[in-house]
Design a protein around this ligand. Structure first.
Ligand code: PHE
Length: 332
């Protein structure tokens, strides 16, 4: 065999060391070890040799092949490490700003809305109450004057919890059950707001989420009238949105208020936004809360907190509030 294997290895070694990237190295791999490579062709020639020389030449070829494989592998590891470094460098994020405390996190836009509303009502003399998110059927419906099988229950796509008797336990569909819990635990006069998370089996879209937030208000005192309700909503509207905004009431129906109304907010451009429901607390609800309707009267209202946040900030898709994309949330 007239092949100078040592020279071939030396040449190959230089080529491998010069391979600039993994593609070039792949091409070299084929050239040095593939079907048409020097070592493969030499192996084919072994058959012509006599047995002794064949054994000796075969073993030298195997060594050469192993040496080439080692060189190629070594260079591959080197190139890969280099490419990883380049990639890491390109994806590198500058976190040093966090260290300087210049941009600490801030409250979620829904939490900001929640806290602003609390501040506003606390400023008007209200207390803040909360109730459980997993409710019993009595507080969510029964005590609020929805008798069993009452069609108004269908207004709410209720998510039931598999606990106790069938349909006895649910994720509250509104914050109104907290009205009952407040009446059960506090003596009137009551001036309370009840913010919280509520649940309905709605499909998520730009204006609906299966989980959202409401804020409820309950006032129970002597001689409370519908005029007090309208005045309170108007005062709230200007305090929250500013002087250019007003509110209106439209007749509506809720089992737990009588009379009932929807209330809308009028924006300075003249357009209306439907915000929530309200009305005078139904005598049956006062009784369910342990109060005498002859002695006490009151009003209640409840509206969607998320909607308020959307409107205030000109956000057009409710789902954005729940996606937790930092780039979106950091704008507010
Ligand atoms: N709970 C009602 C709802 O979620 C809103 C409401 C609250 C209506 C208080 C009247 C009084 O639809």
């Amino acid at each position: 065999m007239d092949l100078d294997l040592d020279q071939h290895l030396a040449d190959a070694s230089a080529l491998i060391a010069e391979a600039a990237d993994l593609d070039a190295l792949g091409a070299l791999d084929t050239e040095l070890l593939g079907r048409k490579s020097v070592v493969t062709e030499a192996r084919r020639g072994l058959g012509d040799l006599d047995p002794d020389r064949r054994r000796e030449a075969g073993s030298r070829l195997n060594d050469a092949r192993a040496a080439l494989e080692g060189l190629l592998e070594g260079r591959r590891v080197e190139l890969e490490a280099g490419e990883r470094t380049v990639r890491l460098e390109a994806e590198r994020m500058d976190l040093t700003e966090l260290d300087r405390g210049r941009r600490l996190g801030h409250r979620h836009v829904v939490t900001q809305t929640w806290e602003r509303l609390e501040d506003l009502f606390v400023g008007m003399g209200y207390t803040v109450a909360e109730g459980p998110e997993i409710e019993d059927e009595w507080h969510n419906f029964g005590a609020l004057n929805f008798p069993p099988g009452h069609p108004a229950r269908d207004m709410y796509d209720t998510l039931y919890v598999d606990y106790g008797d069938p349909l006895s336990t649910l994720l509250r569909t509104h914050t109104s059950p907290v009205q009952i819990r407040v009446m059960e635990t506090e003596e009137p006069p009551i001036y309370s707001i009840m913010p919280g998370r509520v649940f309905r089996s709605d499909t998520a879209d730009a204006t609906h989420m299966p989980v959202f937030h409401q804020i409820e208000a309950l006032v129970i005192d002597r001689d409370i009238t519908f005029g007090d309700l309208a005045g309170t909503l108007e005062a709230f509207t200007t305090a929250y949105f500013g002087a250019g905004f007003t509110s209106r009431l439209r007749p509506s129906y809720f089992p737990f208020t009588e009379p009932s109304a929807e209330f809308d907010i009028r924006r300075p451009d003249g357009s209306w936004l439907e915000l929530g429901g309200c009305g005078m607390v139904h005598p049956n609800v006062l009784r369910a809360g342990g109060l005498d309707p002859e002695e006490w009267s009151g009003f209640a209202f409840g509206f969607g907190l998320d909607r308020l946040a959307l409107m205030r900030h000109g956000i057009d898709d409710l789902r954005e509030l729940f996606r937790n994309d930092h780039r979106f949330l950091s704008q507010f």
